[in-house]
Design a protein around this ligand. Structure first.
Ligand code: SAM
Length: 214
């Protein structure tokens, strides 16, 4: 992703506080109260990029509350614009590093986690940085409800195979696997920016949905 310095980004993120959560750590354990419809499930995307997925999901399913986390300020501004344009009240964004989700969310607070086109970190010595390394799975298990789900989409076969192995070594249940999501034609699939880019080059998109055991 190309990073451009955007000096106006700070102001833009502050001005749009109906979408951007300004003090996210203060909402730990209380995220539902941030939304108009407080009793809805909470779905979380890690690494939202420019926000096409989270904005699209918010519009597609208004009975779910969505939170997208993106650590790069010059990137998240694109997501903020899309969520503002969507005119939804069920989608909020957080400009933080999701290094440890347990600092942001309390136990059992999240219903579903999406990992979309996460950085693959192909070198063995960087395995610990992959968002499906077991230390991340431990965090997900802690913040998710019992039996909570994780959905992963990627164009990267290496990351996909690694993740399936990591999920099953962790004792998770593999609910659904697609090795060519676009050929499977899921009408509810909301494509991300990276997904459109890789798919246009003819690359298959991999997706799996997995669940922690109760
Ligand atoms: N999900 C988007 C898509 O599919 O178009 C963006 C994919 S991009 C390869 C990965 C994004 O995840 C980048 O914008 C990066 O800044 C973000 N990211 C990676 N690790 C993160 C972390 N620990 N916390 C928050 N964002 C992270």
């Amino acid at each position: 992703m190309r990073l451009r310095h955007k000096p106006w980004a700070d102001d833009y993120l502050k001005e749009n506080d109906q979408v951007v959560v300004q003090e996210p750590f203060e909402w730990k354990g209380n995220w539902k109260s941030l939304f108009e419809h407080k009793d809805q499930p909470l779905h979380l995307e890690i690494g939202s990029g420019k926000g096409q997925f989270i904005a699209g999901m918010g519009k597609q399913d208004e009975e779910i509350n969505f939170v997208g986390i993106e650590r790069v300020k010059s990137v998240i501004v694109g997501a903020v614009k899309k969520v503002v344009d969507a005119q939804t009240t069920n989608t909020r964004l957080v400009n933080e590093d999701a290094e440890d989700l347990r600092e942001l969310f309390g136990p059992n607070e999240v219903d579903h986690i999406y990992l979309n086109f996460s950085d693959p970190w192909p070198k063995n010595r960087h395995e610990k940085r992959r968002l499906t390394y077991h230390t991340f799975l431990e965090q997900y298990q802690d913040v998710l409800i019992p039996g909570g789900e994780v959905t992963l989409k990627t164009d990267n076969r290496g990351l996909f195979e690694y993740s399936l192995m990591s999920f099953s070594q962790f004792g998770m249940i593999i609910e659904e696997v697609s090795v060519d999501l676009h050929a499977d034609e899921d009408p509810l699939n909301v494509p991300t920016e990276y997904e459109e880019k890789f798919s246009a080059k003819g690359q298959p998109i991999y997706r799996c949905r997995v669940r922690f055991k109760t």
